[in-house]
Design a protein around this ligand. Structure first.
Ligand SMILES: [Zn+2]
Length: 457
């Protein structure tokens, strides 16, 4: 994948370079814990991993303090990196305090504020209220989708049963068309050269999500998001609705671009598969990918004829994007309420049923009395899953706000403006939302202006 424009940033201060290296080790340990809690079928947390991480956090805290106390001059970019490293340590300590450290007793709200910023719990509670959730968009999405879903075949039938093997080939042949549309979006923005090299595959059926695998240059599309059904009255003809898959493809390639664009940043702000963890990187990376979806929908409307998007598909994509986060909010709010309840009522001697009061509270905030999913999903969701959902919610909030600020500096209605805005937000795997904001407004955009990329600031 070749990019047309990137900026290279380096740390000048040796002490901060050293801390940046330590941060990589810290993120590696967090990522290892993530694998212990999530990927391994056994529920086992190594106290050795925790101890090593604590030791490193304390060491880094001391170093950070020393630098803040010294009178030595710091370049402002170095200062931002230091602030970002500090955030990595802060979020890691918050996780250790809430989930692992027996000596500390802090409420979940404290964890949320440390990881997602001030008053994160209240912000979440507010988002869950009916007036703040886009019920109309969700209704409209389902009004369209219902006619498709009620006729669709399960991906499992297509992919795993021999009687439908002809359809399997047809489903797979959709992938290249999806790639072409996705690539055209980034090429027409001028971010990429034609035909960027990566592989597009179907994710395993029933996995429930799509993903980007940076180290393998692989985009995997959830086959359940490509709807396949019989054409009315024609038993041998099938329709494939790919509206969601286009949006997903754009989202996943945005992740690929974040990795590529960040290659010229200091090593602690680059992507590496063994250091990536949602606790520290998720808010910015998912926020960016969600934001790019919005740019895609306006592009798709503009190029409706060229790429033969039907009005039905454009509406479907639009409501899919609009409702994506809102559909996550009540569920996440529930998980947090349940945690609060466990904090209050926890008695290790009792094999009690949690969650009853949390459900009442959820109903009183969202004005939906009972969620039928409840018994099967809510009680059993692991917190790591909740955290993964939360990074989308707070990621969207953060990056949307950031785009509003970028709009005051550049005109993002033009192609060049859009490209620059996307590149700016995708530069660096920042941990601290404010550090990223300062970087873009005070460093990235001024340099882009010097490079002649901003015409009328
Ligand atoms: Zn994503």
């Amino acid at each position: 994948m070749k990019l047309k424009y990137t900026q290279r940033w380096v740390i000048k201060d040796k002490r901060i370079s050293e801390l940046d290296k330590q941060r990589i080790q810290l993120n590696k340990l967090t990522s290892m814990l993530y694998y212990q809690t999530k990927e391994d079928p056994q529920i086992f947390i190594s106290l050795t991993t925790l101890e090593k991480r604590r030791k490193l956090m304390k060491k880094m805290q001391r170093e950070i303090k020393k630098i803040y106390n010294s009178t030595q001059y710091l370049e402002s970019f170095d200062e931002l990196v230091l602030r970002d490293i500090e955030a990595t340590v802060r979020k890691t300590i918050a996780e250790d305090d809430y989930f692992y450290n027996m000596k500390v007793n802090k409420p979940i709200g404290n964890f949320l504020s440390k990881v997602f910023g001030r008053a994160a719990y209240s912000r979440l509670l507010n988002m869950a209220k009916p007036e703040n959730l886009d019920h109309k968009a969700i209704h409209k999405k389902y009004a369209l989708l219902h006619s498709v879903l009620s006729r669709s075949l399960d991906s499992e039938i297509i992919l795993e049963r021999t009687t439908y093997s002809r359809l399997r080939g047809l489903l797979e042949s959709q992938l290249n068309d999806i790639k072409k549309v996705v690539d055209s979006f980034y090429v027409s923005l001028g971010m990429l050269d034609k035909n960027p090299e990566y592989t597009i595959e179907l994710a395993p059926s029933n996995i429930g999500f799509s993903y980007w695998e940076g180290h393998n240059f692989l985009m995997a599309i959830d086959p359940d998001k490509i709807f396949c059904y019989n054409k009315a009255g024609k038993e041998k003809e099938y329709i494939f609705n790919r509206a969601f898959a286009f949006v997903i493809g754009v989202h996943e390639l945005a992740h690929g671009l974040e990795e590529k664009i960040s290659e010229n940043m200091p090593s602690g702000l680059r992507y590496a598969p063994e250091t990536y963890n949602s606790l520290c990187h998720g808010v910015v990376t998912e926020g960016v990918a969600l934001e790019v979806e919005k740019f895609f929908i306006s592009w798709a409307k503009q190029h409706q004829n060229k790429y033969k998007f039907s009005k039905f598909d454009l509406d479907l994509m639009n409501y899919y994007i609009k409702s994506y986060i809102d559909e996550k909010v009540p569920w996440v709010f529930h998980d947090i309420s349940e945690l609060q309840e466990i904090e209050r009522d926890y008695n290790p001697k009792l094999p009690e049923q949690f969650g009853i009061k949390a459900h009442k509270k959820l109903a009183s905030v969202t004005r939906v009395k009972r969620y039928q999913k409840d018994y099967y999903l809510f009680n059993d969701r692991e917190f790591s899953e909740t955290l993964d959902q939360m990074i989308y919610i707070f990621g969207k909030e953060h990056i949307s706000n950031l785009i509003e600020k970028i709009k005051k500096v550049i005109d993002i209605r033009s192609c060049e403006g859009k490209r620059l805005a996307i590149q700016a937000i995708a530069t660096g795997f920042w941990c601290d939302a404010k550090a990223q904001e300062h970087f873009i407004l005070e460093h990235y955009l001024p340099r882009a202006e010097k490079d002649g990329l901003i015409e009328n600031p």
